[in-house]
Design a protein around this ligand. Structure first.
Ligand code: NDP
Length: 487
């Protein structure tokens, strides 16, 4: 059967490229090509800019409440089509239906809804200066670009377009070439909801299309989600036209479990923060620091629950809770880290191998893997693996574990488990990370700003402050008297 070919989405409709170049997208759970996508060539790139200029000219003149009304219709459509969209995410990413059905579309819709509600209440300021006064206006930036990673494709497209559009900007979004369909579906939904043509455009392709976006002088801001190394290239390229940047990058986050913690709860958090979305989550707590006194109890329960409760298989099966990694290349990369862990002296508590489940024998699975006997200098403890690989470390002293947890160039997230409320807050305040959890892990509601310290990012997504990052402040001084001039 011939597979569908999706074109770029420009000016409210699909637009064919001129080069004829396409790429294939595979289902990670079956290794089969599921559709093809046209690459955004120069013709598409020029059309995208013209389209966004036109979209911006119209959209930015609507009042915030008019924009809000339209965006809320899109939210409604996203929720109504939850299952259809969730299935696309499962086929593109390999993640379990169990997750996509209740998280991916919902959390995307939540963020658009949040900014649709917030935009009409965004105000400037005014102040008297003697008899004169000034006031400020929050104006949109113009054309913004969004570049997404492959782990939460639709959610990332929503998280970037929600605040960008609510503030009156136009957006050109490039999804990862591994997972291009969710953003196209979002584009169709925006049009159906009444967002004017050209306000949300989707361009497809790999790094070179991303590079064009980051370099284009017509684009005012880039919001990027991806690896630290790519993020550095994006910032360097964006500097050529002094674009604003938001960088949501990788992490190697610590979870500190103290002697008074509820151990079962901490095991739940550690499993969620390492095995959810088969380990492909940027905030994952891949360094688990256990107080010596609860170490044995923790690892026994962790081993039992990992071996008994994780069900790998066809991600569309609602019983499956552990999916396939995004690609064969990524599966090989994760396995190479596991090999390094063994070579450097860590001990496998469980996992450490690829899986070939009966219901998805050709999928790119890696078993949920836990290393014990780890030390801080091992590669598996220092580098982001972006797969289901947890490293367990031991500590005795509070100050010492804080220093070890902070000894990294990354700072995306961190967690603390302790029943002692004073200690929990004292420790979390000293951890160098932008997204922190106490007796919890991974929740990220629309209201809460998220972003990294150190090399894990620049700026924030979600929360009130992000709307400001999609506007610029215009100051207007109003003279009420005569001008005093020496001339
Ligand atoms: P990459 O950095 O490889 O790619 C991210 C996006 O950038 C893709 O769309 C990619 O295109 C594009 N791209 C690649 N090279 C360039 C370039 N030179 N200029 C502009 N764009 C470029 O990340 P992954 O897709 O592999 O995603 C995994 C990473 O994302 C992990 O490090 C993870 O921690 C991070 N991440 C961070 C999150 C956060 O909120 N902090 C959330 C989710 C993931 P293509 O893929 O088509 O080649």
């Amino acid at each position: 059967m011939t597979k569908p070919v999706y074109q770029n989405f420009i000016n409210g409709q699909f637009l064919g490229n001129q080069s004829g170049a396409t790429f294939a997208v595979k289902n990670p759970a079956t290794d089969e090509v599921i559709y093809h996508v046209e690459v955004a060539d120069e013709y598409i790139q020029n059309a995208a800019i013209k389209s966004a200029e036109k979209g911006f000219a119209h959209w930015s003149t609507l009042t915030p409440i008019e924009r809000s009304r339209i965006l809320l219709k899109a939210v409604n459509l996203l929720r109504t089509r939850n299952d259809e969209l969730a299935k696309i995410e499962v086929l593109d990413t390999g993640k379990p239906w169990q997750e996509a059905e209740c998280v991916d579309v919902q959390t995307g819709a939540d963020v658009i809804e949040y900014y649709a509600g917030l935009a009409p209440s965004q105000v400037g300021q005014q102040q008297m200066v003697a008899e004169d006064f000034y006031y400020t206006r929050k104006e949109p930036l113009g054309i913004c670009a969004g570049i997404g990673a492959w782990n939460y494709p639709l959610q990332i497209a929503c998280w970037k377009s929600g605040p960008a559009l609510a503030a009156g900007n136009a957006l050109i979004f490039k999804p990862s070439e591994e997972t291009p369909l969710g953003a196209i579906k979002l584009a169709e939904i925006y049009i159906e909801a009444g967002v004017p043509a050209g306000v949300f455009n989707v361009v497809q392709g790999a790094a070179e299309v991303g590079q064009w976006l980051t370099h284009s002088p017509d684009i005012a801001k880039v919001s990027f989600t991806g690896e630290v190394g790519t993020g550095k290239k994006v910032v360097a390229s964006a500097a050529s036209s002094l674009k604003e940047v938001t960088m949501e990058l990788g992490g190697k986050s610590p979870l500190l479990v103290f002697d008074d913690a509820d151990v079962s709860q901490a095991v739940s958090a550690a499993m969620l923060g390492n095995f959810y979305t088969q380990g492909e989550v940027c905030t994952n707590c891949t360094r688990i620091y256990l107080h010596k006194s609860i170490y044995q109890q923790f690892i026994e329960e962790l081993k039992t629950r990992t071996e008994q409760n994780v069900i790998a298989g066809d991600p569309l099966d609602p019983k499956v809770n552990f999916g396939a990694l995004i690609s064969k290349k990524h599966q090989d990369l994760v396995m190479s880290y596991i090999d390094k862990g063994i070579a450097q002296g860590a001990t496998l508590l469980t996992g450490g191998k690829t899986l070939s489940p009966e219901s998805a024998p050709n999928g790119y699975f890696v078993a949920p893997t836990v290393f014990i006997d780890c030390s801080d200098d091992m590669t598996i403890v220092k580098e982001e693996i972006f797969g289901p690989v947890m490293s367990v470390l031991v500590f005795e002293d509070e100050e010492d574990v804080i220093q070890r947890a902070n000894d990294t160039h990354l700072g995306l997230a961190a967690g603390v488990f302790s029943q002692d409320i004073k200690r929990a807050h004292r420790v979390i305040h000293k951890l160098q990370a932008g997204i922190c959890w106490i007796n919890s892990y991974g929740n990220s509601p629309a209201e809460m700003p998220v972003g990294g310290y150190k090399q894990s990012g620049i700026g924030r997504e979600n929360g009130i402050e992000t709307l400001d990052h999609y506007t610029q402040t215009k100051s207007i001084y109003v003279g009420m008297g005569n001008i005093e001039s020496p001339f």
